[in-house]
Design a protein around this ligand. Structure first.
Ligand SMILES: C[S@@+](CC[C@H](N)C(=O)[O-])C[C@H]1O[C@@H](n2cnc3c(N)ncnc32)[C@H](O)[C@@H]1O
Length: 214
């Protein structure tokens, strides 16, 4: 399996029409947690098993990973979870526009990019346009959680979010980075990094009250 794909290649620029929430979930009006770059899906599977009154959607640009995550989901019979294949920078906004008002409550972007060189900055997943879509549809006090083990990448993400007027950074115990994953479930990459005793940079933002302006 190829480890990474170039999201800028022509193939991944084609918009996909993602199925609406009423097709994806048994209870389509439950609050939504969106995980961007869901990879093997373990993080959301664990959350979906724990929190039955939430819906979870994992979006992933590598199709084979989506198929394997979906196989695991189906085996467990989870109807509050779905994994979809897409380039979030192209196909997410339209899907979000179909949600109920205030339904989008959590977005996580965890260890998102292999693209740490400056020349590959355009391939990074968190762009102003994606942040704008999240800000537009997220409820007040909704959570945007990011983490990475690569300082240059987390710095880029926090700078991008700090520039937005729609999000406030949550500081816990006066520390710059959160000590723990607030959802108490680790992603695959997180487990790998923890095992190696490497540093993880984590930050939580909340959607503030600023009205969204187009
Ligand atoms: C390093 S992995 C981390 C996966 C998982 N979040 C974790 O922490 O274990 C980053 C994932 O984001 C996905 N990804 C990168 N750019 C994306 C994009 N534009 N749209 C959807 N998924 C993307 C990659 O394919 C990859 O599976």
């Amino acid at each position: 399996m190829r480890q990474h794909v170039n999201p800028l290649s022509q193939f991944f620029q084609l918009p996909l029409s993602l199925p609406s929430k009423s097709i994806l979930f048994k209870n389509p009006h439950y609050p939504i947690h969106l995980d961007i770059g869901s990879a093997k899906g373990e993080f959301l599977i664990e959350l979906a098993l724990k929190f039955r009154n939430w819906n979870f959607l994992g979006l992933e640009i590598r199709e084979t990973l989506v198929h394997s995550s979906e196989r695991k989901r189906k085996k467990l019979g989870l109807q509050n979870l779905k994994f979809l294949y897409c380039n979030v920078n192209i196909s997410l906004d339209e899907w979000l526009s179909d949600l109920d008002l205030d339904q989008l409550k959590r977005v996580s972007i965890q260890f998102p990019d292999p693209w740490f060189k400056r020349k590959h900055i355009k391939r990074r997943v968190l762009k102003k346009s994606l942040l704008h879509s999240i800000a537009r549809y997220m409820c007040k006090d909704g959570e945007l959680f990011i983490q990475s083990d690569i300082y240059a990448l987390i710095e880029y993400m926090t700078n991008t979010i700090d520039e937005s007027i729609y999000f406030d950074r949550k500081i816990v115990k006066g520390l710059e980075w959160l000590e723990k994953n607030p959802y108490e479930v680790s992603t695959d990459r997180e487990l790998f990094v923890l095992k190696k005793n490497m540093i993880i940079y984590r930050a939580m933002y909340t959607r503030n009250r600023t009205l969204f302006i187009d």
